[in-house]
Design a protein around this ligand. Structure first.
Ligand SMILES: NC(=O)c1ccc[n+]([C@@H]2O[C@H](COP(=O)([O-])OP(=O)(O)OC[C@H]3O[C@@H](n4cnc5c(N)ncnc54)[C@H](OP(=O)(O)O)[C@@H]3O)[C@@H](O)[C@H]2O)c1
Length: 310
């Protein structure tokens, strides 16, 4: 129990690789240094062999003694060795090859991930439309569910607050304009309580109200359905139907929506009683953002953020 404690190495793999690399470089430089010393001694020896000992005294090429050629050849080999240690090793050594390979692999991986993302999106749309067509076999071909883009539109505080006492908590003129601009001409799907928070139906939009009540009375032109599926069914010809709230309907539709048009109001709202679900960055990808400061018409700063399902 109290025996000698076994030493545990605290050096991790990266550190070990660095140490090995440093040792390898030291060995390479040492060999180059020895080569240099041997070259100097060898050159002196070649000169002495020819001039003092008279070896090959009469052997010349183009009038130049043979030892000059021998020294030049050796010098060339030394330069080659030098280049290998300081230049080629850096750019074309095994480490360099590994780096290039890693780079290529990571580029390929990015491309594969992008393709996968595209396939998954396409697969989801096909599955949605197949499921719809199977459950609605009598639908005319032109009415079959096509790839429409179900979009949630919402304004939420930093704490995801969206309402209080069945009303909005803020009045932001430009956000209302933004809402009008992007929903005009489309179907807008909402819960009964949100519908009742409007003084009257909004112009130039087809209202679809979801309620569990059987005889819920609405003005002419407003469609009443008893569940979210029927609401989507009623909007099937629209290429971009909007879910406009409130909290209950957002919660039920966030997992099937394709797009989010979020107005993020940069404030928190104590006392709010209705909230938007958390926007999960693993599921939603931000594709655009436009920020507005607070001013005399806008008590709070806010940002229009568009997300698409990843
Ligand atoms: N900030 C924003 O962008 C924004 C947007 C919209 C709304 N809001 C706010 O949100 C609040 C209202 O939201 P909320 O959550 O209280 O109500 P809501 O979602 O608008 O409506 C809830 C009602 O919808 C019906 N419903 C819900 N799920 C259903 C289902 N599966 N099948 C059939 N009917 C269903 C029920 O109606 P019945 O009770 O009749 O059965 C339910 O009471 C308000 O404060 C409003 O101002 C904010």
């Amino acid at each position: 129990m109290f025996g000698k404690k076994k030493q545990v190495s605290t050096i991790d793999k990266d550190q070990l690789e660095l140490i090995e690399y440093a040792q390898k470089r030291v060995r390479q430089k040492k060999r180059l240094y020895i080569h240099f010393v041997v070259f100097l001694i060898g050159a002196v020896f070649l000169i002495l062999a020819n001039t003092v000992l008279g070896i090959g005294k009469d052997f010349t090429i183009a009038g130049i003694n043979w030892f000059v050629y021998a020294i030049l050849l050796w010098l060339f080999l030394f330069v080659y060795h030098f280049v290998n240690v300081f230049i080629t090793n850096k750019f074309m050594g095994k480490d360099w090859e590994k780096q290039q390979l890693d780079k290529l692999v990571s580029q390929q991986q990015k491309r594969i991930d992008k393709l996968k993302e595209g396939f998954l999106k396409e697969e989801r749309k096909i599955a949605q439309s197949q499921a719809y067509n199977e459950t609605h076999p009598d639908t005319k071909p032109e009415e079959k569910k096509n790839s429409n883009e179900l979009t949630i539109i919402v304004a939420a505080g930093e704490d995801n607050a969206i309402g209080k006492d069945n009303d909005l908590i803020w009045h932001l003129r430009d956000d209302l304009k933004h809402f009008k601009k992007i929903t005009s001409g489309h179907h807008i799907i909402m819960g009964r309580k949100t519908f009742e928070s409007f003084p009257k139906p909004l112009p130039n939009r087809t209202h679809i109200v979801i309620t569990r009540q059987d005889n819920y009375k609405v003005p002419e032109g407003v469609i009443v359905v008893n569940n979210l599926e029927d609401a989507l069914d009623a909007a099937r010809k629209d290429n971009q139907p909007f879910i406009i709230g409130g909290g209950e309907i957002y919660k039920q539709s966030i997992n099937i929506a394709d797009k989010l048009e979020l107005t993020r109001v940069h404030a928190t709202f104590e006392g709010a009683d209705t909230f938007f679900p958390e926007v999960d960055s693993k599921i939603w990808k931000e594709i655009s953002r436009e920020t507005h400061d607070a001013d005399e018409d806008h008590k709070y700063a806010f940002s229009f953020i568009t997300y698409e399902r990843k």
